[in-house]
Design a protein around this ligand. Sequence first.
Ligand SMILES: [Ca+2]
Length: 317
Amino acid sequence: MSTLIIDVDTALGIEGGDIDDALMIAYLAGQSNWAGLAGISVVAGNVSLSSGVKSTLYICDLLGLDVPVFPGAAAPADRPLKTGHSLVMGNANSDEKWIFSHNPVREPETMSFGEWVGHQDPSFRFTLLATGPMTNVADLLLNHPSCKYQIEQIVSMGGWFFGEERHPEFNMMVDPPAVSTVFQSGIPLTIVPLEMTLKTCLMPDDIVQWLNYGEVGQAFHDGTLSWMSQMKSIRGQEGCHLHDPLAAVALLHPEIIETVGIIPSIDLKTGKTDVLSEDPHSVVRVARSFDNAKFQELLLKGIGVAFETASRPALLE
Ligand SMILES: [Ca+2]
């Protein structure tokens, strides 16, 4: 696979912020036989842009992940931002409270992601793993059009494509015109939709072992447990779903998912997604099934490797 760049709306560390982007980053950091992560672009979605950047930088600190972090769009172009945080807290103006006692040490890039790509060698190619609203991705395609030829493929988490009881999925709902731009770009796109990720589940017992890994394990454990408590109190749900990590594991291990080619559509007002037709030749593919047990095994293994590496004392010279 080519170099990887991820576009995320990270929220670990924010009370009421989903932790799935953070777990995905930890999983990617744990790929010791593969060092392809070249950059992280942050988009507003689960939380505001400033909180998302703070969370991402802090996670990079914890994981010892030395990659550039680019602040992206603070809101969609045509409508105000409605964060996942405001939906979870039931209050559009609730503060995004930081639950950790430390703040990130590293700083975000001053250059935009698009400018950075523009500064790379023209032969630079990358895979874009997008697990937030598509605002940044559409911005890249519209304002830095030559980048289109540098993106080999996009893998994303979002939408709800099959089934009678479909609703607009959060990532698609935040910025539907941006999704439409991506759908129409012609870039190969693999989508891991909500109807797949709702089958995933992480339970408190699965994360107890993280407490063996010092500060990084403690922070991920506490942040994840806080999100699980939130899900329990507002939805009566045990544990939490692993939406974004499924997209990352499916990218690195395509053998765990089955996809079908589709011609997708999106309602530009509501963000509700649909399948106009199935088409084996379409560049857009959507996951229809996956091996849940294998997914969870690979995810927890990768996260464990990342935590062990990050918590290991530095060797003295
Ligand atoms: Ca996300």
